[in-house]
Design a protein around this ligand. Structure first.
Ligand SMILES: N[C@@H](CCC(=O)N[C@@H](CS)C(=O)NCC(=O)O)C(=O)O
Length: 217
C-alpha cells in the first residue's frame, strides 16, 4: 500500500532524520524509501535529473510534488500537517533564523565532523578534524546558552526549528565524538525533551540501511 508521504533517505543521514522524526512525531502516513548513498546513487546523472539536481538527500514526495532541502520540507510539512509550525509572524522569522543558523553551522559542522571522525576513508588529517570540532563546539556554545532559559528553540513547544537542530544529536557518541550530557547540559536537557515526544525514535530505528561500524568504536 502506498503511503501519503514518501521520504527518500538512508540511516546515516541526519538531514533526512530531521524529516523522518517530524513525520513520526506528527503521526503522518509515511514511508521511507532507501537511497543507496554509499553505492553512489545521489552522484549519478539520473538521480540529479529525475530526483534532486542538488545531489542530496532528503527528498520528500507528496501529492505530485518532489521537495528537497530539509528546511523547506519541514516548512511544507508544518503547513500540511498543521503541526510544529509558527503561530505568529514573529515566530515565523525566529524559526527561520534558527533554521538558517542550523543549516550553516549547528548541523553542518556537527555532520561534517561526525563524517570525518567516524566514516571518512582515508581518515582525515588531525588538523582538519580539529578545525571542524572547533567550529561545531562554537555553534554548540551558542545553542547551549540560548537553551539555558527556554525549553525549546523558539516557543514553549517544539517547532520545526527543533526538528532541524535535532538532525545529528541523537547519533551515537562513538560516531559524533560528542557527549552533550558531559559538556552541554542545556542541549542535553533539550534532547531529553525531544526524546520524550510521542513518536520519537532514534535515527537507526526510523530510516533504512545497514549500520556501519564507526572507525573509533
Ligand atoms: N542543506 C541540506 C543538506 C543535505 C545534505 O547535505 N545531505 C547529505 C546527506 S545527509 C547529502 O546528500 N550529501 C551529498 C553530497 O553532499 O554530495 C538539507 O538540509 O537537506
Amino acid at each position: 500500500m502506498n503511503r501519503e508521504y514518501k521520504l527518500h533517505c538512508f540511516a546515516q543521514s541526519g538531514n533526512a532524520y530531521k524529516v523522518a522524526l517530524m513525520l513520526s512525531c506528527a503521526g503522518a502516513d509515511w514511508e521511507p524509501d532507501f537511497v543507496d548513498y554509499f553505492g553512489g546513487v545521489t552522484r549519478t546523472a539520473q538521480w540529479r535529473q529525475d530526483v534532486n539536481e542538488m545531489g542530496e538527500v532528503p527528498v520528500l514526495e507528496h501529492a505530485g510534488r518532489t521537495l528537497s532541502q530539509s528546511g523547506v520540507i519541514l516548512d511544507y510539512l508544518a503547513d500540511r500537517l498543521d503541526e510544529f509550525g509558527a503561530r505568529s509572524d514573529d515566530e515565523k522569522r525566529e524559526i527561520l533564523r534558527w533554521m538558517l543558523f542550523d543549516n550553516h553551522k549547528f548541523t553542518s559542522y556537527l555532520a561534517t565532523y561526525r563524517w570525518l571522525n567516524a566514516f571518512a576513508s582515508p581518515p582525515p588529517h588531525a588538523e582538519v578534524l580539529a578545525f571542524f570540532r572547533g567550529r561545531a563546539e562554537a555553534a554548540f556554545a551558542v545553542v547551549d546558552r540560548h537553551l539555558a532559559e527556554r525549553e525549546f528553540m523558539v516557543a514553549n513547544r517544539p517547532t520545526i526549528a527543533d526538528f532541524s537542530m535535532a538532525g545529528y544529536v541523537f547519533y551515537p557518541t562513538e560516531e559524533t565524538g560528542f557527549d552533550f550530557s558531559a559538556t552541554h547540559p542545556n542541549i542535553a536537557r533539550w534532547k531529553d525533551r525531544i526524546a520524550a515526544l510521542p513518536g520519537w525514535r532514534q535515527p537507526y530505528d526510523l530510516m533504512p540501511g545497514q549500520r556501519i561500524a564507526p572507525r573509533n568504536a
